[in-house]
Design a protein around this ligand. Structure first.
Ligand SMILES: Cc1cc2nc3c(=O)[nH]c(=O)nc-3n(C[C@H](O)[C@H](O)[C@H](O)COP(=O)(O)OP(=O)(O)OC[C@H]3O[C@@H](n4cnc5c(N)ncnc54)[C@H](O)[C@@H]3O)c2cc1C
Length: 385
């Protein structure tokens, strides 16, 4: 099983070799650590560097900034292969999002400064949009950055920030003009090491994704050079978010596909092995039909995701289509986990079987990256013109 459809026009031999490298690496270095990371609530820092050394984080980054100069398809492969071994701890998705903000809107100096570290795993990144008082309604963020000479003074708080406990750099969604609505939003890159005015809160306890560190972040008169603004001028933040969200949403759909492929493989193996009433669970017509339905959904999603990657690489993936992939992909993922767990019977509820963890881990996919209700709003807007 792989990410690619037979007709995927974007996938070349290099992509297939890259996928083999990522898969082997994740089977050897990621899969054996999933439970350990879940217990400690964070992925080992060394893992980031191990993966970085294999080039798995740099496929879509230009060579002058430490990468290999390919398109976004490489990051999609990494994300899919992570899902395919059933991991949700490692925060590469966020790392990729940050890298692409940096490559799209960063100055030459910013790209040179942070690009290579993000590819090698020496730097871990986060993006902080959500606040205790607002998530879906991003225009309502309260965190603000006031100019003070050649610095900004940032005040505010963020929550639910993936990689928040470990991040060396954080893209912070701020208001540089509190009276200008969306036009007052700016993205500022914050370096966290030894900075006064920056504090990380608790590593939040979650229903799933337990190996992923999720934090509250606090900014109290934190001074950040104005040179850390992303983009040539203030007030571009909302536009920048809108430009980059299609990748975030397609990525979540790609993770969904990886998870579905993993869950189906596990469920097929289990139902071929387990017996009831003198026959294999697989031999019941109900099992065969359920698996047939799920396999069909997996192939539909694979086609949609491959089309999305091709469109993203061509620069034509629009917000509504990316929203459809995110909404339908994650809903399908949750339906599949529900049905797969059922086919495991009582063992499906036991944490020693990965399906129990996949079931819990899948739920948040319908919430973050824009809730599925917000996705439907965006799709509806494209219909009701
Ligand atoms: C594990 C995890 C990791 C996360 N990682 C990050 C991260 O790295 N960075 C980051 O910035 N954020 C992150 N988030 C936050 C996430 O993006 C938000 O939780 C999400 O956008 C929803 O915002 P909210 O929680 O404030 O819900 P709310 O916006 O308060 O929504 C509550 C409910 O109301 C519904 N709703 C809201 N507005 C509408 C509307 N217009 N129409 C219909 N229904 C509506 C929502 O769909 C939802 O069902 C993460 C969240 C989790 C749980």
């Amino acid at each position: 099983m792989s990410l690619f459809t037979e007709t995927a026009t974007w996938a070349e031999d290099e992509h297939r070799m890259f996928a083999d490298t990522a898969r082997k690496l994740f089977i050897d270095e990621m899969a054996p650590n999933i439970d350990k990371w879940a217990e400690q609530g964070v992925v080992d820092r060394e893992f980031w560097r191990t993966v970085g050394a294999q080039g798995v984080m740099g496929g879509a980054v230009p060579e002058e900034y430490g990468g290999f100069g390919g398109g976004i398809g490489y990051d999609a492969i990494t994300i899919y292969e992570q899902g395919r071994v059933g991991d949700t701890g490692w925060g590469f998705g966020i790392q990729s999002i940050v890298v692409h903000y940096l490559m799209a809107f960063g100055s030459e100096e910013q790209k040179k400064r942070w690009g290579p570290g993000l590819v090698s795993g020496d730097l871990v990144a986060a993006i902080a949009m959500t606040e205790p008082g607002t998530g879906s309604d991003l225009q309502a963020v309260q965190t603000h950055a006031e100019r003070d000479g050649n610095h900004y003074k940032i005040n505010g708080s963020k929550t639910f920030i993936t990689n928040g406990h470990t991040a060396d750099i954080v893209i912070v969604v701020t208001k540089t003009d509190r009276n200008a609505g969306a036009k007052g939003v700016s993205l500022i890159v914050v370096e966290t090491e030894g900075q006064d005015g920056f504090r990380r809160g608790r590593n939040l306890k979650k229903l799933g994704m337990k190996g992923s560190d999720t934090a509250e972040l606090f900014f109290e008169d934190m001074r950040v050079p104005t040179a850390n603004l992303l983009g040539p001028e203030e007030g571009q933040g909302f536009y920048q978010l809108m430009k980059q969200l299609p990748w975030e949403r397609l990525m979540i759909a790609t993770t969904a596909l990886g998870f579905i492929d993993f869950a189906l493989a596990e469920t097929i193996a289990y139902t071929q092995d387990r017996k009831a009433f003198g026959q294999r669970i697989m031999d019941f017509q109900n099992t065969r039909f359920k698996l047939a339905e799920m396999k069909t959904k997996a192939e539909l999603l694979r086609s949609f995701v491959n089309d999305g990657i091709a469109r993203l690489e061509a620069g034509t993936l629009d917000a509504a289509t990316a929203s459809m992939a995110k909404y339908w992909g994650t809903q399908t993922q949750n339906e599949v986990m529900h049905e797969c767990l059922q086919l495991f019977g009582g063992y499906g509820f036991m944490m020693e079987y990965p399906i129990a963890r996949l079931y819990a881990d899948s739920r948040v996919q319908m919430i973050y990256g824009g809730t599925n209700e917000i996705m439907k709003e965006l799709i509806a807007r494209s219909i009701d013109v």
